[in-house]
Design a binder for this molecule. Structure first.
Ligand code: HEC
Length: 502
């Protein structure tokens, strides 16, 4: 009897221990697991549907039999990060994530004996990224700790080919990072609709002749200089050229390279407002709401294109070596990035009598995702560094705040967005909802892609201060802006020319 009791206690203790050592994160329970049976005595490379490549050398895995089962989870998109509550935080500091993944044992007897190499697909390679390990807290949230530099990244074959294509075809008129006979090529693939880019390079004269607004605008900016047509260049080769240009520009703040599409949007907006002004439409509210709606529309469109590309065409990766199973995150400390400034941020989410109110901040362009902390003695107000309203934020970027809570057994949700500045205060309105509609909203975040950067056009600040007066409006006419052309094009409904091309 005593023996049995001892045995029982032993079993219970062992079970408690193994449960404890599993250390399951919240993300494990919500993000889908993919299982792979890997031969233990052979070099093996696995590629997941989302493009993660895992190289497992002979003898790196140990298992009871000849195959070891491993489990992989991925959080590359904003929606995955939000669903898995995978905040991008190391201690109190914010990280910009290049992607998170989990590699673990799929069976209890599987062990990792030697490092394995994991290649994380990315749209652009940000220098200075490090590999952080996930430290799972008792409540299932993850802190990212123990950063190690990524191994030396070589110019891959893919990028070398891009370099040759660029030198042979484009370098006579284009630099990757500076304006010369034509625009700098870096970041263009993130700033233009991909189909537009292809059609431009294949035959820019046809686009200009067809009256496409953007083509005509850029042609005018460059004093009607003709660009050579490259009708036989392939989609893959173009990706290689732009990926190479982005690689060359890896140390450059994109905001220092002008974007003529943004300039044109400013111009069109200006022309539209100027036109409206004549008709005495001077309601400020109208002007503002219109301005933001327009900015949004163009940015969302660009973005959707980028999301698709990452899965089909690109071959850019962060290479990492992992030595232990668990969550990993390729990240960079946000406060060290160009364009971040110490800014105050307070978000209010009033839901008196609630239980479990959570407030989150999301910066889609930088892949930053932070949980809020309740401000001392102000239960409605949330801040994003512990005990500090100040936090480094990129300026003029789209920020999303949202909150979830439960009150009297009912789920509540509030969401809103703003453009970041040095002082930010946002009041969320909490409304009753269902978990289904929250999940639906989260799924929509996927279309935001990885590289979304929202900047206000150069005249945005001035437009804000406008009070409907035509005289003041004239003072903010953007560069390269000719409203006659805009009006004429409006009449012709010129956009259709571009649509007809494909
Ligand atoms: C003979 C000179 C010349 C060559 C060669 C050339 N370009 Fe251009 N490119 C231009 C000029 C000039 C412009 C500006 C628009 C205009 O005046 O046509 C331009 C504009 C562009 C634009 C649009 C810029 C923007 O701001 O949207 C893209 C994209 C582009 N070029 C890509 C390429 C690529 C890719 C190659 C090589 C495959 C290439 N170009 C080769 C002269 C050239």
């Amino acid at each position: 009897m005593r023996k049995m009791l001892v045995a029982l206690i032993l079993i219970v203790t062992v079970c408690l221990c193994c449960r404890y050592s599993q250390n399951t994160s919240y993300a494990d329970s919500v993000l889908p697991a993919r299982y792979f049976d890997v031969p233990v005595n052979k070099d093996t490379t696995i590629t997941t549907a989302k493009g993660l490549k895992i190289e497992i050398p002979n003898g790196a895995l140990k298992a009871a039999g000849s195959r070891a089962r491993i489990v992989v989870r991925e959080a590359f998109t904003l929606a995955d990060m939000v669903r898995g509550k995978l905040a991008t935080r190391t201690g109190n500091d914010a990280l910009c994530s290049g992607g998170m993944f989990y590699v673990g044992a799929g069976d209890k007897d599987v062990k990792l004996l030697k490092p394995i190499t994991v290649w994380l697909p990315t749209l652009k390679q940000v220098p200075g990224m490090k590999l952080y390990k996930g430290d799972v807290a008792a409540n299932g949230t993850i802190d990212w700790v123990d950063p190690t530099p990524l191994p030396e990244q070589e110019l891959s074959e893919y990028l070398k080919e891009g370099q040759v294509l660029f030198r042979n075809n484009c370098a006579s008129c284009h630099s990757t990072t500076r304006k010369s006979t034509g625009s700098a090529l870096a970041f263009l693939d993130q700033r233009r609709d991909w189909h537009w880019l292809e059609h431009w390079v294949w035959n820019s004269a046809a686009m200009i002749g067809g009256g496409d607004r953007l083509s005509v605008y850029i042609y005018d900016v460059y004093n009607k200089t003709a660009m050579t047509a490259f009708p036989s260049i392939t989609t893959k080769q173009l990706h290689q050229i732009f990926d190479y240009a982005n690689y060359e520009a890896r140390d450059i703040d994109p905001n220092t390279i002008p974007d003529y599409k943004k300039q044109m949007d400013s111009c069109d907006l200006y022309c539209e407002l100027a036109g409206k002004n004549k008709q005495q439409v001077d309601s400020l509210v109208d002007i503002y709401s219109h301005y933001f709606a327009k900015e949004e529309a163009s940015n969302w469109a660009t973005n959707n294109a980028a999301t698709v590309i990452v899965e089909t065409q690109r071959q850019l990766y962060y290479q990492t070596n992992i030595e232990a199973f668990g969550w990993h995150n390729v990240d960079i400390l946000s406060k060290n990035l160009p364009g971040f400034e110490s800014s105050s941020l307070v978000v209010s989410a009033p839901l008196p009598g609630n239980t479990s109110l959570e407030v989150w901040l999301l910066l889609p362009g930088k892949k930053i995702y932070l949980n809020g902390y309740m401000k001392n003695d102000e239960p409605n107000n949330f801040i994003f560094y512990e005990n500090d309203e100040q936090i480094p934020l990129p300026q003029n970027e789209r920020a999303i705040v949202f909150a979830t809570g439960v009150k009297d057994g009912k789920d509540y949700f509030g969401v809103g967005e703003f453009i970041t500045s040095r002082n930010n205060k946002y009041a969320l309105k909490m409304v009753p909802t269902t978990l289904d509609s929250i999940a639906h909203w989260m799924a929509g975040l996927d279309t935001m892609g990885i590289n979304m950067t929202v900047r206000e056009t150069s005249i945005a600040q001035q437009l804000r201060q406008l009070n409907g007066s035509a005289a003041k409006l004239k003072q903010v006419r953007p560069q390269n802006c000719n409203c006659k052309e805009y009006d004429a094009l409006q009449k012709q409904k010129a956009d259709t020319a571009y649509e007809r091309l494909y």
